[in-house]
Design a protein around this ligand. Structure first.
Ligand SMILES: Cc1cc2nc3c(=O)[nH]c(=O)nc-3n(C[C@H](O)[C@H](O)[C@H](O)COP(=O)(O)OP(=O)(O)OC[C@H]3O[C@@H](n4cnc5c(N)ncnc54)[C@H](O)[C@@H]3O)c2cc1C
Ligand code: FES
Length: 547
């Protein structure tokens, strides 16, 4: 392997080729007004055969990002470069081959000394020739499905050729550095209550069920407890009774303490639930084993994904979800870019603006399609105090750049939400943060067979459920953003309701449990009260069923 370490010392030409912005040196943040970053020991791994420096507490994609690399994968048809988008293992734009294993989500996979990391499916001569051709032939949607099926006897041949181009990589023939102990047999385990997701909803559900005496297994694919909270450096908004004024990262730490000190909770981190099978059996994949857990009750709290927007060039590296950017800078301490544009002036977009400033990024503006700012006045006022322009009644029309973002064009909207010709404005930036809402991460509930309904006010397809948060599948409960995108404070209340209800259905009850439950319901109603909660209340009415 070549020994030249990849870092900011590259020539401009080479940097451009790698798909990295100019002037990028080690992008790790050394000083932050709120956060301290525990990166652990320095380690060395290999990217395309060249050594790269990283730290043991970083993931592969984060270490590459810190070294200025922005392109992690390529699209199939036109092999367009793709960068990180979600940074939480939910979008597939960072899939790479690691130690011979294809399709590794590098944004959530920790690096290890000597790891061999490679982009997938584009280095062979056949692939390059194929890409060249594909870039010059117009192939409409469904082209391959219509044309590569005839004559039937050539089908397998077509597949073998197409496989050379596509993102999913090669079937591994040799795995380097395999885990030292891999258990080949599937282990089976029984549990009273399994909670999937250790965000505010799941952690609350586990704590409240365990406090009543139920034995709970709490599972999360991350290495930490807290879900979205671990990147929230701002003081929380909402009711004074519900963590308002406390930073999200502090609330996450409180959850961690409570969960870890509770003897009734078995915590499984770094463990992904890959499926819910017949009889609500939960399949859990860990680094070196696969577990089948059969719970008496199941609480699903897998949160939500960030949505994206349709505009020209919306897939360029440097265009990320707001939460993805927060993960890069607030969890891993890496400066996500030099100049940013944010799309969406809800609370998340506004908060992102001043968190970017804390990370040393210049914020060029916030674009908002609505006539007014959607987030709280206090956040908008703070953003304006820093001199960041908020362009209401504007949208992003296109991102500029070939291998990564170099700018954006925004334009004013007319009454029909169409860009007004002549109002276009070019903004130079190397980072675009998309903050246009979330959609529930509902796959596991669909596998479980829960009946769902599309409720726009709550972010998408959400499960029908009783007042106790039980879905249409008996014994399967839901809480948090998965049951409708709201806030951490409501997720916590819903988690408590689901946890108590599941425990009570197993016969666990304290003398004041009914009273506690009633109080939580009242708190939840207070959080959803007033004109701000009107859409949410109407949305919930649509999915509420008799218990
Ligand atoms: C930028 C931003 C600012 C915010 N600010 C505020 C605020 O000030 N006040 C407020 O109240 N709310 C705020 N929120 C909203 C709040 O963070 C979310 O509503 C809340 O985190 C939802 O909690 P949850 O437990 O439902 O989901 P999450 O916090 O998303 O947790 C879901 C968990 O499930 C895990 N998971 C998912 N799938 C699997 C699987 N298959 N196997 C194992 N584990 C899995 C995930 O790893 C994650 O840890 C903010 C959100 C953002 C993005
Ligand atoms: S899955 Fe890694 S960036 Fe989305």
């Amino acid at each position: 392997m070549n020994n030249k370490v990849i870092n900011g010392g590259k020539s401009s030409k080479k940097k451009k080729k790698q798909g990295m912005p100019m002037n990028e040196k080690d992008a790790r943040i050394r000083q932050h007004p709120i956060l301290k970053f525990d990166r652990g020991k320095k380690i060395r791994f290999f990217f395309k055969g060249k050594p790269v420096e990283g730290y043991e507490n970083e993931t592969i994609a984060m270490a590459l990002y810190a070294n200025g690399i922005r392109t992690f994968s390529h699209s199939f048809k036109y092999h367009r470069p793709r960068g990180m988008f979600c940074a939480i293992g939910k979008c597939a734009s960072c899939l790479m081959e690691v130690d011979g294993i294809p399709n590794v989500r590098t944004c959530i996979t920790p690096i290890h000394e000597g790891a061999d990391v490679r982009p997938q499916g584009r280095d062979s001569i056949i692939a390059k020739a194929g890409y060249f051709l594909m870039n010059h032939i117009h192939m409409g949607p469904g082209f391959y499905y219509r044309h590569f099926i005839h004559p039937g006897f050539l089908y397998q041949f077509y597949i073998s050729i197409l496989e050379k181009f596509i993102g999913p990589g090669k079937y591994p023939t040799k795995v380097k550095n395999p885990p030292k102990t891999v258990k080949k047999e599937v282990e089976t385990m029984e549990a009273e209550i399994v909670v999937i997701g250790a965000g505010p909803a799941g952690a609350s559900a586990a704590i409240y069920a365990a406090n009543l005496g139920a034995k709970v297994v709490l599972i999360d694919e991350n290495r930490y407890i807290g879900g979205q909270l671990i990147k929230q450096t701002h003081k929380f908004f909402g009711s004074a009774r519900h963590y308002a004024g406390i930073r999200g990262i502090t609330i996450a730490k409180q959850f961690e303490k409570e969960v870890k000190s509770n003897k009734n909770i078995t915590l499984m981190l770094d463990s992904k639930v890959v499926g819910i099978y017949d009889g609500n059996i939960v399949g859990v994949l860990q680094k070196n084993r696969f577990l089948r857990i059969k719970p008496k009750k199941l609480i699903v709290t897998t949160g939500a994904y960030e949505k994206t927007l349709v505009f020209e060039n919306n897939d360029l590296p440097g265009i990320m979800g707001a939460g993805g950017i927060q993960t890069v800078m607030n969890v891993f301490g890496i400066k996500p870019g030099n100049e940013a544009l944010i799309v969406g002036a809800g609370n998340v977009g506004l908060i992102l603006a001043y968190q970017l400033l804390q990370a040393g990024v210049t914020v060029k503006g916030i674009v908002e399609a609505m006539p007014t700012v959607g987030g709280y006045f206090v956040h908008a006022a703070k953003v304006r105090r820093y001199g960041i322009p908020i362009y209401t009644r504007h949208t992003i029309v296109k991102a500029l750049g070939k291998k990564y973002v170099t700018g954006a064009v925004i334009a004013q909207l007319d009454d029909k939400w169409q860009p007004i010709p002549g109002t276009e404005k070019k903004i130079k930036c190397d980072l675009i943060g998309i903050s246009v809402g979330l959609r529930p991460a509902n796959e596991l509930l669909l596998q479980a067979g829960c009946e769902m309904k599309f409720v726009s006010a709550l972010g998408g397809f959400i499960p029908l459920r009783t007042e106790n948060n039980e879905t249409t599948v008996k014994g399967v409960y839901v809480a948090g953003d998965l049951g409708g995108v709201e806030e951490a404070s409501t997720a916590i209340m819903e988690g408590r309701i689901a946890g108590i209800s599941a425990a009570m259905s197993l016969g666990y009850k304290a003398p004041d449990t009914e009273e506690v439950l009633e109080k939580i319901r009242k708190d939840l109603a207070d959080l959803r009260a007033g004109p701000v909660g009107e859409r949410i209340r109407a949305g919930i009415k649509q999915v509420l069923i008799e218990g």
